[in-house]
Design a protein around this ligand. Structure first.
Ligand SMILES: C[S@@+](CC[C@H](N)C(=O)[O-])C[C@H]1O[C@@H](n2cnc3c(N)ncnc32)[C@H](O)[C@@H]1O
Length: 168
């Protein structure tokens, strides 16, 4: 999808071992960029090794810390990157998905899209008895997207479910 929309500037929220950042970076042009965020540096060395081996390390910019802070910094006056991103992949703590969504809506341009991983949560979102914070947050983000006039939404039922919000 990043390839289809000729994405150049992208966001990856929840880096972990750097796999999603790597797969995004691989379809960007040489001057493309992935800003990837994580609170943890535990897997940074592993991630960098694979980015280097794949020849895409120069396209990936790792921001350490709570992703909400990293995204706010991109929007701050000095960085001023509002509306300049083509794509965002949200795959960090589920309880913050709604915050990530609002920040990404400001960062991603009209015509770009925002993807939310794990929205089916192994089917747990359909189990009303499951009121855990992660499951509740995933239910809420799907309801919010469904009612939100700022985006067009599709939910792909492959893997653990991916919601795609196309920014109008
Ligand atoms: C499911 S993993 C991401 C997997 C990665 N996208 C991939 O495909 O390889 C979730 C990551 O979110 C990170 N995370 C959790 N809370 C966070 C927060 N508040 N800000 C930034 N990252 C966070 C965790 O440290 C973890 O590495």
């Amino acid at each position: 999808m990043c390839k289809m929309i000729r994405a150049k500037k992208t966001l990856d929220i929840g880096m972990f071992t750097g796999y999603s950042a790597l797969t995004i970076a691989q379809v960007l042009p040489p001057d493309g960029r992935v800003v990837t965020c994580d609170v943890s540096t535990q897997h940074e060395a592993l991630a960098r090794e694979h980015w280097r081996r794949a020849g895409v390390e120069s396209r990936i910019d790792f921001r350490v810390g709570p992703a909400v802070d990293s995204l706010r910094r991109l929007l701050s006056d000095n960085a001023g990157e509002a509306g300049s991103y083509d794509f965002a992949f949200i795959d960090a703590d589920k309880e913050s998905y709604a915050d990530y969504y609002e920040l990404c809506l400001r960062l991603v341009r009209p015509g770009g899209f925002i993807a939310f991983d794990n929205v089916l949560w192994g089917g747990a979102v359909l189990n009303e008895a499951d009121q855990s914070s992660s499951t509740t947050a995933l239910r809420q983000i799907c309801q919010k997207l469904h009612a939100d006039e700022r985006v067009d939404v599709s939910i792909l039922n492959s893997g653990d479910g991916v919601a795609l919000a196309f920014v109008k």
